[in-house]
Ligand binder design. Structure first.
Ligand SMILES: [Zn+2]
Length: 390
């Protein structure tokens, strides 16, 4: 617990811990909550009443008795709040929604080339309206919309300050708010995707670097210690768990140089990882079809095997550098990460050979969430923000 925590904060922290505990299980009981979290029975009783009054916890029958009085079964009202995530890319819009259970309830991807014009934003608004309608998402329960974008996002001002991919200099939340009838937040796409990897953390053990290998290469840095600082529970990501840097530019791993004087990157510099390891490098061999590339690789085309090995070699340079910087787990995500499971042992061997401290390369793993990760993560961001205030 942080130093100087007063009794009101302790009460708030305990209420939050109780909700997260209940939310992590299908059902539980007050004696169980009390034992698991080491909070007194009367305090648990008070907190559960508050959570019931807030509509986020409910009694759902009785638990099987192990002798004595039957305990009331308590469960989180998973659909008490929901949120939508929208991922804007150069050519598509990804959309996903989730609720307090933090599972993807529905997702889809629509081809829609980006243009920073009213007509695009009106169409985006229409996509959102149709999605809400088709999935019967109750507007009264909507916490908000998280919007993921490929570029530098100033989280404090909620402005996209730079995006090579979308070819724009700035895009503010206010501009979008004219078209989106819910509270919205802007997030960097790789940061949003990284949030999905933390969703299974009940009590995060390890720090994580997330490397997003999509049509551009980006990443995120998550410090588990910051998540744990609230007495073992996750703080929301603005609380410091995600390292953003002094200028919101942390995690731009795509512009780390792997080949000095090498290929020119879209940023203008030579030899950036992005020029070698963006998904486009592989997809362009199959007319933009990344799946097609991996299918041909699987069927054993010699040329594709050579290209893939070079890809993994370049990637391993940065993965090893990240391991040197952060000494933590490195997660391979984004479009290419989705296809890397069959090759992860081979990749680990390449990465391990570079590591001066030895080891097996087990610190690298493939992402767990593979479909619309940025959209899902942007929705989770809104849900986490809500949960952290319970
Ligand atoms: Zn670059």
């Amino acid at each position: 617990m942080r130093r100087g925590t007063n009794s009101l904060e302790v009460k708030k922290l305990n209420r939050n811990r109780v909700f997260r505990y209940v939310n992590s299980l299908s059902e539980t009981s007050m004696p169980d909550i009390s034992a698991a979290l080491d909070i007194s029975g009367p305090t648990v009783l008070t907190i559960v009443k508050e959570l019931k009054d807030a509509g986020v916890v409910a009694e759902v029958g009785e638990l099987q008795s192990t002798g004595g009085r039957k305990a009331k079964a308590i469960a989180a009202v998973k659909d008490a709040r929901c949120a939508i995530g929208v991922d804007i890319t150069a050519n598509h819009v990804g959309i996903a929604y989730t609720d307090l259970a933090r599972k993807v309830l529905k997702h889809e991807r629509i081809r829609k080339p980006f243009a920073c014009e009213d007509v695009y934003f009106r169409e985006l608004s229409e996509i959102l309206r149709r999605f809400v309608e088709e999935n019967r998402i109750p507007e009264t329960k909507m916490e908000g919309v998280g919007i993921s974008l490929p570029g530098i996002v100033d989280r404090q001002k909620n402005i996209l300050t730079q995006s090579h991919i979308l070819n724009i200099k700035d895009l503010s939340r206010e501009r979008l708010a004219d078209y989106i009838p819910y509270p919205c937040e802007l997030l960097n796409d790789a940061n949003a995707a990284a949030i999905t990897e933390g969703v299974d953390f009940k009590d995060p053990e390890s720090n994580m670097v997330y490397l997003s290998l999509s049509n551009s290469v980006g990443g995120a840095v998550i410090f588990a210690d910051e998540m744990k600082s609230n007495d073992g529970i996750r703080s929301d990501y603005d609380g410091g768990a995600m390292y953003m840097g002094n200028n919101w530019r942390s995690g731009e791993f795509g512009h780390m140089v792997v080949h000095p004087e090498g290929k020119t990157c879209y940023c203008g510099k030579k030899g950036c990882l992005d020029a070698y390891c963006s998904a486009l490098n592989l997809a362009q061999l199959e007319n933009g079809d990344l799946k097609g590339f991996f299918q041909k690789l699987e069927s054993g085309t010699g040329e594709y095997r050579r290209i893939w090995e070079e890809y993994m070699y370049d990637l391993a340079i940065v993965v090893d550098n990240l391991r040197m910087c952060f000494d933590c787990e490195v997660v391979l995500g984004g479009y290419v990460g989705n296809y890397m499971e069959p090759y992860i042992e081979q990749f680990r061997a390449i990465a391990a050979a570079k590591n001066i401290f030895g080891g097996s390369g087990a610190y690298v793993r493939v992402c767990r969430y593979r479909e619309e990760a940025s959209a899902f993560g942007a929705a989770l961001y809104q849900i986490e923000k809500y949960i952290s205030k319970i």
